[in-house]
Design a protein around this ligand. Structure first.
Ligand SMILES: C[S@@+](CC[C@H](N)C(=O)[O-])C[C@H]1O[C@@H](n2cnc3c(N)ncnc32)[C@H](O)[C@@H]1O
Length: 264
């Protein structure tokens, strides 16, 4: 299944897997991108709406638009933020006029785009000259602990299938500086690159494990595809690698962030 298809899933499952990092990440991305009251902003690949909500809080719902190709996610975002204009659409074909926004952002999305160059070009097209286009992507090969430990455990229990599913190995734009190259190649100016580090809390390992069983996101889809014996082995290997168990714990996650200015 293509990675982007794994997000045609219930929003609650996403919220409990990656969504718990998305709220603090949205706050960090907004600061990094220097989003200020008075701006009009677009959230591309909004998912259930963590970044959309943070943008709406800063700018007002009427000044925020959002798109996502996943109907259940777009619907969840619309329900949560009724004053935001939410459309079902992909980055590669944004349903907006040229120069419609002061800022266009995409949180954890560029690596899922079918044609990232076209997606970022579209983000620049709908942003006014002098406006900002910003994004972030997990450091899948390194410090995104939840997913790095997951794929390391997956490689232990099903090495062949995990090798071609491991997001740290197959995803583009998740190495340090790669997003900045994409931004410069797309013609964006004054490109800045940095890291955003966020934390999430868990009641226990079951709290972390249960959303994976729904099949949401590439990690969930891999988990769900295993037979019972391998899934049980993955559960144990994952918990051992994280060194956690019955009690509460926190994990940190690093994302690489980029911001560039549309040529005035
Ligand atoms: C990891 S989720 C991030 C969701 C949200 N931005 C957040 O931070 O929680 C990736 C999102 O990208 C969306 N997506 C996949 N392909 C896309 C594309 N070509 N254009 C825009 N969004 C896309 C998925 O539907 C999904 O909602």
């Amino acid at each position: 299944m293509p990675a982007a298809e794994t997000f045609r899933a219930p929003a609650e499952a996403y919220d409990r897997l990656v969504g718990r990092y998305a709220v603090p990440l949205a706050a960090a991305l907004i600061e990094f991108a220097r989003i200020e009251p008075g701006m009009r902003a677009l959230d591309v690949g909004c998912g259930p709406g963590a970044l959309t909500a943070a943008l709406a809080e800063r700018l007002g719902e009427a000044n925020v638009c959002a798109v996502d190709p996943s109907e259940p996610f777009a619907e969840a975002c619309r329900t949560r933020l009724p004053g935001v204009d939410v459309a079902v659409a992909s980055a590669e074909a944004l349903p907006f006029a040229d120069q419609a926004f002061d800022a266009t952002l995409a949180q954890l999305v560029v690596n899922f785009m079918g044609d990232p160059e076209a997606g970022v070009r579209e983000m620049a097209r709908v942003t006014r000259p002098g406006g900002v286009v910003a994004s972030c992507v997990w450091d899948y090969p390194g410090e995104m602990t939840l997913l790095r430990a997951f794929w390391d455990a997956a490689r232990e229990v099903d090495p062949q299938r995990a090798a071609v599913a491991d997001e740290g190995a197959i995803m583009q734009w998740c190495g340090e500086g790669e997003l900045a190259e994409l931004w410069r190649d797309t013609g964006l100016r004054a490109v800045r690159f940095g890291q955003l580090v966020v934390r999430a809390s868990y009641a226990d390992f079951a709290d972390l494990w249960s959303p994976l069983l729904t099949g949401v996101a590439p990690s969930g889809a891999f988990c769900k595809s295993l037979d019972d014996e391998r899934r049980a082995a993955l559960h144990d290997a994952y918990r051992r690698r994280l060194g956690v168990g019955e009690g509460p714990f926190e994990l940190t996650a690093r994302a690489w962030a980029v911001a560039g200015i549309v040529h005035p």
